[in-house]
Design a protein around this ligand. Structure first.
Ligand SMILES: [Mn+2]
Length: 270
C-alpha cells in the first residue's frame, strides 16, 4: 500500500497575502492555539499583522504569558526568515511601539501604516484603525476602564434605585440601559466603517484594510472597499488575498473543517 507523506501535515493553503489583526497576545482570551494551527496550514508571500498583536495594556495590568503565545512569535519570525515578507502595523493596545517606527525587528518591518498593492493593481491603505475611534481619540482613558465599568454600573444600579426609592420614583433598569447601549453599539460600528471608508475616498485608494473593532468585514462604501481582518479572540478570522488578487475573509473554524476532511479523504485513498 502506498503512503501519502503529506497526509501527516494535512493541506497547506497558499495565498498571495494574509492579513490578521487583534490577536491580543498576553490575554486569557487570545486563541493562540488556533492561530498556530492557521499558521501551520497556510503560506503566503506577504503577512500583515494589522495591530493589537500584543496586548501591552493587559500585560501591564497582570502578566499572562503561556508557551503558545511565545510560539506565535517564534512561528512568525520563522515565516519571516523563510521568505515571507512580514509587516507589523502598530495598534492601540501596542501603541508603545509607535515611538520606534519605522524599524526592523529581525526580518519583521515595524510601521504605523502602509499601502498594499494587490496582484490586480488595487491600492489599499493598511492601518489598525483606532485612529477613527471617537472614544480612543478624545478620551483614551475611557476605553481602558471599559472592563471595570460594568461592575461599577451594577453597583451604581443598586445605589440609584436606593435613592430613587427614597424619592418615591420607580426603579431604573440597568438591563434596559444596556440594551439601549447595544443598539448604540450597532450604530457605532456602522459609523466607524463609514468613517474609515471616507478616509480611503480622501486618499484616493481602492480600499482600506484595518482591524480594531473585532468584526471581520468585506463591504463597499461609496466605491471604497472596507476590509476588516476581525480578531483572534472571538472570531478567529483572517483576510486573505488570493493568487489572482481576490480578497476574502476566511473563518479558521470553517477552513479547519476542510483540512480535517482532507485528512480523512487521504486515509481512504491509502
Ligand atoms: Mn485596537
Amino acid at each position: 500500500m502506498k503512503q501519502i507523506k503529506s497526509s501527516a501535515e494535512g493541506k497547506i493553503l497558499t495565498f498571495k497575502s494574509i492579513f490578521i489583526s487583534d490577536v491580543h497576545l498576553g490575554t486569557v482570551g487570545c486563541q493562540a492555539n488556533k492561530l498556530l494551527e492557521f499558521y501551520k496550514h497556510t503560506r503566503s508571500e506577504n503577512l500583515y499583522l494589522v495591530g493589537d498583536i500584543f496586548d501591552i495594556w493587559a500585560l501591564k495590568k497582570s502578566f499572562f504569558w503561556p508557551q503558545e503565545h511565545n510560539d506565535v512569535i517564534q512561528k512568525t519570525l520563522r515565516k519571516a526568515r523563510h521568505g515571507t515578507k512580514v509587516k507589523y502595523i502598530t495598534g492601540n493596545h501596542d501603541e508603545i511601539f509607535r515611538k520606534f517606527v519605522p524599524i526592523n525587528f529581525g526580518d519583521v518591518e515595524l510601521i504605523n501604516k502602509c499601502i498594499h498593492e494587490t496582484v490586480d493593481k488595487k491600492k489599499y491603505v493598511v492601518i489598525h484603525g483606532d485612529q477613527w475611534d471617537g472614544v480612543m481619540k478624545y478620551a483614551p482613558w475611557l476605553s481602558k476602564v471599559g472592563a471595570i465599568a460594568y461592575n461599577f454600573l451594577l453597583r451604581l444600579n443598586n445605589l440609584v434605585n436606593f435613592i430613587r426609592n427614597i424619592f418615591g420614583k420607580e426603579k431604573w433598569s440597568l438591563a434596559k440601559f444596556l440594551k439601549n447601549k447595544v443598539k448604540n453599539a450597532v450604530k457605532y460600528i456602522g459609523d466607524y466603517e463609514k468613517t474609515v471608508s471616507s478616509y480611503g475616498k480622501k486618499k484616493n485608494v481602492d480600499g482600506i484594510i484595518c482591524g480594531h473593532i473585532h468584526k471581520a468585514s468585506n463591504q463597499n462604501f461609496d466605491g471604497v472597499n472596507y476590509l476588516n481582518c476581525g480578531d483572534w479572540v472571538e472570531n478567529c478570522t483572517a483576510l486573505v488575498e488570493h493568487l489572482d488578487g481576490k480578497m476574502e475573509i476566511i473563518k479558521w473554524d470553517e477552513i479547519r473543517q476542510e483540512i480535517v476532511n482532507y485528512r480523512t479523504q487521504l486515509k481512504e485513498v491509502v
